[in-house]
Design a protein around this ligand. Structure first.
Ligand SMILES: [Zn+2]
Length: 105
């Protein structure tokens, strides 16, 4: 059983039966027995970016993607500073060019 922490969820992946389940962060993983498990058809992990995704259909046309939560976490920091005055363009340090848009629900 693989266990992956994203910023919003705890993902549990059972590769032997190809099923995964997502729990809100902070939930006791013991609750996973009563959580809805969903079939997945592929798992991809980008160790350099922390991104990972699962294919929701056999033809791999629908993917559910997220990012691993790490400390310190740039994504969580982004969320916290979103409503603060932004620095002028060009002053943001290198390394902030992460792919975005897939979302993490
Ligand atoms: Zn995070």
């Amino acid at each position: 059983m693989d266990r992956i922490e994203s910023c919003n969820s705890l993902w549990l992946l059972d590769s032997t039966v190809m099923q995964f389940c997502r729990l809100p962060r902070g939930t006791d993983p013991a609750n996973a027995v009563s959580a809805p498990w969903q079939r997945y058809y592929a798992f991809e992990d980008e160790s350099d970016t922390g991104a990972f995704r699962v294919a929701l259909d056999a033809r791999r046309t629908r993917w559910l993607a997220s990012w691993r939560h790490v400390e310190p976490c740039a994504r969580c920091t982004d969320d916290r500073t979103r409503e603060v005055v932004m620095p002028p363009p060009g002053t943001v340090g290198a390394g902030s060019s992460r792919p975005r848009g897939a979302g993490d629900s």
